[in-house]
Design a binder for this molecule. Sequence first.
Ligand SMILES: [Zn+2]
Length: 51
Amino acid sequence: MTDNCPSCPQEQIRPIAEQRDDTQVSHLYRCPDCGETWSTNRDLRAYGEAA
Ligand SMILES: [Zn+2]
């Protein structure tokens, strides 16, 4: 799941790391353009992926 850089116009950046638990998935991103790093947490239930 790609995300957009919060610091520059770079879009559709692929995560460099992923952590999952039963209900949430966390993705770590690093912008190849400006070097910004950030992470997102998503509730898997919102995507219908929860077991
Ligand atoms: Zn950037």
